[in-house]
Write a new protein. Structure first.
Length: 308
């Protein structure tokens, strides 16, 4: 018989990156609710309808984003469900928690980059000749050319790159799902330039680098470092208020602008539901105006047969 707690069993079903994210959220909730760290596992199993609403209200007061609140509430519901299956919670708790609706949120405008801004980013790094700049150019190329999430990019190993099929394998993306990403030519060129400097020794694809170019192959560029890199780089070229996730928005929006069908874009982005992909669609009014201009209901001209 297992001695693992329902919380631990729930986490074990998630990818490593999701485990870190959910654990961080649950610890934050414990602090907001003034729970002792040693009591977290038990407290999560005991959450009922009334306390769930209280937790949601506290998160709202703490100015958590609607998406973060909804994700935390989904985790709580699933932890209690596991607890019920282990006879450590009542089935009525599970049923009551399921009636709690998600927090509604407005459209996230985001800040996708323009083609001019993307060009400025690449020019910025190509004007430098350091090892660090070559790694950072590869990082931005992969962000903008594959739509990878920070956690996915950080976790990539050298063996995840296949130079025969010109692709990357994301072994455990969001939802613990794997997918294959095919690299545009310009992305692979920048990646290969970085690998010449990095070498083909086993380790993380985008490993840690010091300012002087000393590489530590066994240590990844962390998601936090990637966040800071994107913010600092874009600030340097005069673009403010942009996050790494906006590079993912840029990737998705650009594919849609180039008339790639939305289901293919969904698969490339690693979305389970096409409705999620539509949230990232930031095409402007000019694109809709152009689409409207070609809408036509005129029947095609009938071709007449030529006589012999």
């Amino acid at each position: 018989m297992t001695t693992a707690t329902p919380y631990a069993l729930y986490l074990s079903r998630l990818s490593v990156n999701s485990q870190r994210s959910i654990s961080s959220q649950m610890r934050s909730i414990a602090r907001l609710m003034q729970w002792q760290d040693s009591m977290l596992d038990d407290k999560l199993c005991q959450i009922d309808y009334q306390q769930a609403l209280q937790i949601r209200a506290v998160m709202t007061h703490a100015k958590w984003s609607p998406r973060s609140i909804n994700r935390a509430m989904i985790s709580i519901k699933n932890i209690v469900k596991v607890a019920a299956l282990m006879d450590k919670a009542e089935l009525s708790q599970v049923a009551n928690l399921q009636t709690i609706n998600q927090v509604k949120h407005g459209e996230h405008l985001g800040t996708p980059l323009s083609t001019e801004q993307v060009t400025a980013v690449f020019t910025y790094f190509k004007s430098q000749s350091s090892t660090l700049a070559m790694r950072n150019l590869a990082i931005f190329s992969l962000f903008l050319g594959t739509g990878l999430r920070r956690s996915e990019l950080s976790a990539l190993m050298l063996h995840d790159y296949d130079n025969v099929t010109h692709s990357l394998v994301v072994a455990a993306g969001k939802g613990n799902k794997s997918r294959t990403l095919f690299l545009p030519v310009w992305v692979e060129e920048n990646l290969l330039a970085w690998l010449k400097v990095r070498s083909r020794q086993h380790g993380y694809l985008l490993c840690k680098s010091t300012l002087t170019g000393k590489l530590t192959l066994g240590v990844p560029t962390s998601p936090t470092s990637l966040y800071r890199l994107v913010k600092d780089t874009l600030y340097e070229i005069g673009v403010d208020n942009v996050s790494p996730h906006d590079l993912r928005r840029t990737f998705i929006t650009r594919l849609l602008e180039q008339n790639v069908d939305i289901n293919t874009v969904r698969q490339m982005a690693g979305h389970a539901d096409i409705s999620t992909t539509t949230i990232y669609d930031k095409r402007d009014n000019a694109f809709m105006k152009q689409a409207a201009s070609v809408l036509d209901y005129t029947p095609p001209l009938k071709q007449t047969k030529r006589g012999r």
